[in-house]
Design a protein around this ligand. Structure first.
Ligand code: ADP
Ligand code: MG
Length: 263
């Protein structure tokens, strides 16, 4: 059994640690508490360039905190996090740039309610990436087309379905030309008939070579898109392995128990 401490470079058997040019996201011995609650326990995780890592596990296990730590929406108590070989900046302009490099898509779509769809996707390009408005508009329309909502460009988020809003949120993150995309249960708040349209956009992104960390309960997506499954429970990485191995023959009792409840 691979326990929490043994993740890191051994994860997919392909990637090394922070010194490896192929590693895009590296967490070393990351610990985090909320008061007395130990939510991340000695997390070691490496995500290689172009790799799709699906994080699954029971509620409360620390999956969202892990994502938020990678984007520095949460601070950590100890350990190190590197993005593309550089430690996470603490604040200021460098932090804004990091947030642009690490795109994040949440369960709740988090679009700017008082901006149009097009404005949602141009804003960061102008403010953070310093593009002129015309260039940003062009790029936004291209991305909206890519996620299948080009015809909604001039509407406001509330006029769109949940699935459309989530696809706009993906386009907005992509507009920053991120190095890695984090998805935290992106389909959990959607009506069932809208889940696939979002998963298909994510599948296509994966096929296009985007580096992705995806927290999801969509096991079909994990099976077909993941290079590696990371199983998290009680703040630890309990095991990380290929999807085939994980679904057919998980090594930990914790994962067996989890799978028996959801499959
Ligand atoms: P998951 O995403 O796997 O469900 P989370 O990372 O959201 O897990 O939460 C891990 C634990 O940390 C849970 O027990 C949760 O209640 C707690 N937690 C999350 N965010 C906070 C916070 N801001 N303050 C206090 N406790 C929190
Ligand atoms: Mg969560």
């Amino acid at each position: 059994v691979r326990d929490g401490g043994s993740g890191g470079g051994h994860g997919g058997g392909r990637h090394g640690d922070g010194d490896d040019g192929d590693a895009l996201v590296v967490l070393r011995d990351v610990d985090k508490h909320f008061g007395a609650l130990h939510v991340l326990r000695s997390i070691n995780l490496t995500v290689g360039r172009g790799e799709v890592v699906v994080v699954i596990g029971p509620s409360g296990g620390g999956k969202s905190t892990l994502c938020r730590a990678i984007n520095r929406l949460e601070t950590i108590d100890s350990g190190e996090i590197f993005i593309d070989g550089r430690p996470l900046p603490a604040e200021g302009r460098e932090l804004a740039a990091l947030r642009a490099d690490v795109g994040m898509v949440f369960q709740s779509f988090n679009l700017f309610a008082h901006k149009t769809v097009l404005e949602n996707v141009t804003l960061g390009q102008v403010k953070v990436r310093k593009k002129d408005k015309k260039t940003a508009d062009g790029r936004a329309r291209q991305l909206l087309d890519r996620v299948g909502v080009a015809s909604q460009a001039d509407k406001y988020p509330a006029q769109l379905s949940g699935g459309q809003q989530q696809r706009v949120a993906i386009a907005r993150a992509l507009a920053m030309d991120p190095k890695v995309m984090l998805f935290d249960e992106p389909t959990s708040a959607l009506d069932p008939e809208m889940i696939n349209e979002v998963l298909e956009v994510m599948q296509q992104l994966a096929r296009d070579g985007m580096t992705m960390v995806v927290v999801t309960h969509e096991m079909g997506f994990a099976r077909s898109a993941a290079n590696r499954v990371v199983f998290m429970a009680d703040g630890r990485i309990v095991e990380q392995t290929s999807p085939d191995q994980f679904f057919s023959n998980p090594s930990s009792d914790r994962a067996k128990d989890f799978l028996s409840k959801i499959l």
